[in-house]
Design a protein around this ligand. Structure first.
Ligand SMILES: Nc1nc2c(ncn2[C@@H]2O[C@H](COP(=O)(O)OP(=O)(O)OP(=O)(O)O)[C@@H](O)[C@H]2O)c(=O)[nH]1
Ligand SMILES: [Mg+2]
Length: 310
C-alpha cells in the first residue's frame, strides 16, 4: 500500500507550538493522534512541530494522506488536547476530535414531523436539532436519507429547489434533523426564493434549540462564491457551523475543474482561512457510498450530549 501525500501550501502543513520542555515529535497511527516527547536535532529552541495525517480510503482504492495541523482540528466542548492526554481519536475524513460525549450515536427511528414556513411554526418540544443547508442540489435531502438509512424519507430530485420549507424529522424520539431549502439557483420565481432565504436566516438567528448548522458544500466542483458568502455569514453571526463536503464519491472531471474531492476541500479551507478565527468542524461524505455517515452521527452525538448536559 503506497501512501501519497497531497500537496498543499506550507502554511497548512504543520503547527509549531512553543514548549517549556524539550522538543516533541508526533507519531500518527491512522486516525489516532499520538503526541510524544523526544529531543529535536533540527532546532536549538524548544519547539514542537505537529501535523495530523489522515488516511482517506478512496473509491478507486487509492490511499491519500491528508495533513491537518493541530490548530485546524475541531476539539469539541468537553475535552482538552494536551501532552498529558496523549492519544486522541480523529474521526475519519474530518478534522473532528472524538470526545467521551459521543455516545448513543446510531439512529433506530426517524419520523417526519412537520413542514414549517417560519421559525414560530417549528416544533416547540425543546429537543436539540441539527439543520442541513447548502446550495440547491448539493445533496441535503440525500444526506438526511443516508443518515437515517431510508431511501425516501426526505424527497430528493435532480431538479434544484425540491425542498421549500423547514422540515423537521424526529430521530430516536429525542432530537431533530432539519431539512432546509437550498440557496443559490432554483427553478422557483425570485420572490419565492427571497422568502426562503429570509425565513431560513430568521430560523438560524432565532431557533434556540439549534445545536449546529450543517453547511453542505459540493466537493465534486470548485467552491462557489455563494458558499463562501454563506459560511462567512454564519461565522459572523456566531452560529455554530459544521462544514459537510458532499459527493466525495464523484470522480474528477475536466468540465468540473479537474480536481479530486479532497483537493476541492483543501481549496475551500484555503479560501476560508482568513475568515475563521477557529477552525469549524468539517467532514467528507458521500450519500452514494455512505462515506462519513457513522462519523457525522458520532459528531452529532457528542455535540448533542454536551448540549443536553449544559
Ligand atoms: N454522486 C452523488 N450524487 C449525489 C450525492 N448526494 C446527492 N446526489 C445527487 O444530487 C442530486 C440532488 O440531491 P438532493 O438530495 O435532492 O439535493 P438537495 O440539496 O436536497 O436539493 P434541494 O432540495 O433542491 O435544495 C440528486 O440527483 C442526488 O442523487 C452524493 O453524495 N454523490
Ligand atoms: Mg432537498
Amino acid at each position: 500500500m503506497r501512501l501519497l501525500p497531497i500537496s498543499r501550501p506550507p502554511s497548512l502543513c504543520a503547527l509549531t507550538i512553543r514548549s517549556s520542555t524539550s522538543a516533541s515529535a508526533t507519531t500518527i497511527h491512522h486516525n489516532h493522534l499520538h503526541l510524544s516527547s523526544s529531543p529535536s536535532s533540527s532546532s536549538s529552541s524548544p519547539v514542537q512541530t505537529i501535523s495530523i495525517v489522515h488516511q482517506i480510503q478512496q473509491q478507486e482504492n487509492r490511499n491519500l494522506l491528508l495533513h491537518i495541523p493541530l490548530e485546524k482540528l475541531f476539539v469539541p466542548p468537553g475535552i482538552e488536547l494536551s501532552l498529558e492526554n496523549p492519544i486522541t481519536r480523529i474521526l475519519r475524513g474530518s478534522n473532528i476530535v472524538l470526545s467521551p460525549y459521543a455516545k448513543e450515536s446510531q439512529i433506530s427511528e426517524a419520523v417526519f414531523v412537520k413542514s414549517s414556513k417560519g421559525t414560530e411554526d417549528c416544533p416547540s418540544d425543546g429537543f436539540p436539532e441539527f439543520a442541513l443547508v447548502g446550495r440547491s442540489n448539493v445533496g441535503k435531502s440525500s444526506l438526511l436519507n443516508s443518515l437515517v438509512r431510508r431511501r425516501k424519507l426526505a424527497l430528493t430530485s435532480k431538479k434544484p429547489g425540491k425542498t421549500q420549507s423547514i422540515n423537521h424529522f424526529l430521530i430516536n424520539n429525542s432530537w431533530y434533523l432539519v431539512d432546509l431549502p437550498g440557496y443559490g439557483y432554483a427553478t422557483a420565481p425570485q420572490t419565492v426564493r427571497t422568502d426562503w432565504d429570509d425565513f431560513t436566516k430568521d430560523y438560524f438567528l432565532n431557533r434556540k434549540t439549534l445545536v449546529s448548522v450543517f453547511l453542505l458544500i459540493d466537493a465534486s466542483i470548485p467552491a462557489k462564491k455563494i458558499d463562501i458568502e454563506y459560511a462567512t455569514w454564519l461565522t459572523q453571526q456566531q452560529i455554530p457551523m459544521t462544514l459537510i463536503f458532499t459527493k466525495c464519491d464523484k470522480r474528477k472531471k475536466q468540465k468540473n475543474g479537474g480536481k479530486r474531492a479532497e483537493e476541492n476541500v483543501e481549496d475551500f479551507h484555503v479560501m476560508m482561512h482568513e475568515y475563521f478565527q477557529e477552525a469549524p468542524p468539517w467532514i467528507m461524505t458521500s450519500s452514494v457510498t455512505n462515506q462519513g455517515r457513522d462519523e457525522i452521527l458520532l459528531h452529532i452525538a457528542q455535540l448533542r450530549n454536551y448540549w443536553l448536559k449544559h
